[in-house]
Design a protein around this ligand. Structure first.
Ligand SMILES: [Fe+2]
Length: 516
């Protein structure tokens, strides 16, 4: 959203620029006495890049992590290192509006999270870091619109599932060109799988990560993808994790394979995985982990246009069931009682035109049994029928609920029905499952359609299903959401061509989604 500064504000900036302009050159960042005491750091200390996230109307989180030897623990001395930061209203960093010094601590992998406040709503800012005589690249970010802003538009990119070994993260090059206001990443930022030579790229290390250093190395490798790094440097991200940031299909404190990982060992693994997640993501201090727990569900507001509810569908869920009958057990929970109440309160009390729900896993039904009867995936919302159905029932009294999901490694765009067991029941919302950045690689499209097209009759709520790699792009305005499925022709090569595979529209106050 674009908001021009007020005339008063503009005057202040012009006056301030003359003073701050001189100070913006790198040599003048610190008084010379302080600089003399500063230990020099090696080249490549900013090799993990820079990022920003969780925009507020007056604030943004700026992120970096000092790591001159990123794939081997980071390579920093075991001491606290000062990191200067500055944020400006112009690309050349002449109109600096805030600056300060953060401290990169060894116990957080020398990551830096600066929670900048005092910014203006709905505008772009540029920022950079400086430490040990080294200067980071300059990043661009954007604050959220004014809390009372009702109009304008918000461009959101929905991404998930970037498996390093399955391909290059080429969709981000196209995403960058589309210039979203915010990137929403709904999980599988890394994969914990062992290194394999079967794909175009190979994981670092010798096995799955279990320790903090191993997870750090895995994140560092992922951040070396140039398209991912550029997207982080050019727009704020809102992130949440799914399963692969820890272990495939984990639930609460239960690993995928309890016979191979004891409870204590898995709690230690969760602790390491969450710590590394915090260290590498542009999130606020509220997400500093407390042992094996991390606070990730949260709300972000984009004026009166959009309320974004970011869910955590892993930490509080019941273990996955293994049968159709068990999926209908009312004792099962996906969100846990506290998060569920938080979500319902946030949906029903929302002042926003659009109520987005970032759910890692798919909410609409996937019936994979052709003909009579149903067969569900138990890791998705289908495996938690009673809680999912109650939520959908409540959507009828929520204004414009739209669910944004990942996990499936397919594009699946659906109407959300009040009751999927009753074909005549009302449509209460829409869901976009945003394929994957690279996971599953370049899929055989003919094989996909041969497998999935026969299931369309069993899933009449599906509007688009597709197996290309890419992401979804949403232009959100008061009167509707225009959505595009952006796909790349390949992820097995470092460069790709992107195109729009499908265009869809969600009309305000008309539940459901239409192919345009
Ligand atoms: Fe995934």
């Amino acid at each position: 959203m674009t908001g021009a500064p007020s005339p008063d504000r503009r005057r202040f900036l012009t006056a301030g620029a003359a003073v701050l302009g001189a100070a913006a050159s790198a040599q003048l960042w610190l008084p010379s006495v302080a600089r003399a005491a500063e230990s020099p750091l090696p080249e490549g200390v900013f090799s993990l890049g820079i990022a920003s996230g969780d925009p507020l109307p007056d604030g943004i989180v700026l992120w970096t992590r000092l790591a001159p030897d990123p794939l081997h623990g980071g390579g920093m001395p075991d001491e606290i290192v000062p990191v200067e930061w500055e944020i400006a209203e112009d690309e050349r960093l002449r109109k600096v509006v805030r600056r300060g010094t953060a401290y990169a601590r060894p116990e957080y992998g020398h990551s830096v999270h600066v929670d900048v406040r005092g910014l203006h709503p709905g505008r772009s800012y540029w920022y950079r870091f400086r430490s040990g005589g080294r200067i980071s690249p300059t990043g661009r970010t954007r604050t959220a619109p004014h809390p009372h802003a009702r109009g304008g538009s918000l461009r959101v990119a929905l991404a998930s599932c970037q498996n390093w070994q399955h391909g290059y993260f080429t969709p981000y090059a196209d995403m960058l060109a589309q210039d979203p206001d915010v990137v929403l990443f709904v999980g599988d930022y890394i994969y914990e799988s062992t290194p394999s030579s079967a794909g175009p790229r190979r994981h670092e290390g010798t096995g799955e990560p279990y320790t903090l250093v191993q997870y750090r190395n895995r994140y560092a490798q992922y951040r070396s993808d140039p398209d991912l790094a550029a997207m982080h440097a050019n727009a704020p991200w809102v992130v949440t994790f799914d399963d692969h940031e820890v272990d495939n299909d984990w639930a609460g404190e239960i690993p995928q394979d309890p016979d191979k990982q004891s409870h204590d060992a898995f709690v230690a693994r969760l602790t390491a995985a969450f710590q590394a997640y915090y260290e590498h993501m542009p999130v606020r201090a509220t997400a500093i982990p407390d042992g094996p727990h991390i606070q990730m569900y949260r709300r972000l507001e984009f004026g009166r246009l959009v309320r974004l509810n970011v869910l955590d569908t892993r930490q509080f869920r019941s273990d996955q069931v293994t049968s159709q009958a068990a999926a209908e057990d009312p004792a099962l929970t996906m969100l846990g009682a506290e998060q569920k109440q938080w979500l319902l309160d946030g949906l029903h009390g929302s002042p926003a035109r659009w109520n987005l729900i970032a759910s890692q896993i798919m909410m609409a039904e996937t019936d994979i049994l052709p003909g009579d009867g149903k067969l569900w995936y138990y890791d998705a919302w289908d495996g938690y029928q009673v809680e999912r159905n109650a939520l959908l029932d409540g959507f009828a009294s929520v204004r414009n609920p739209v669910v944004l999901s990942g996990d499936r490694h397919l594009t699946m765009i659906s109407d959300l029905k009040k009751d999927f067991a009753d074909p005549s029941s009302d449509v209460v919302g829409a869901e976009f499952v945003g394929t994957s950045i690279s996971s599953n690689g370049d899929q055989d499209q003919a094989a996909f359609h041969a497998q999935w097209d026969p299931l369309k009759a069993d899933n009449p709520h599906w509007k688009v299903i597709d197996a290309h790699r890419g992401y979804h792009l949403f232009d959100i305005r008061r009167d509707g959401i225009d959505a595009r499925v952006r796909a790349v022709d390949t992820v097995v090569a470092p460069h790709a061509t992107a195109s729009t595979l499908a265009t869809l529209r969600v009309e305000t106050d008309e539940p459901g989604v239409q192919v345009v």
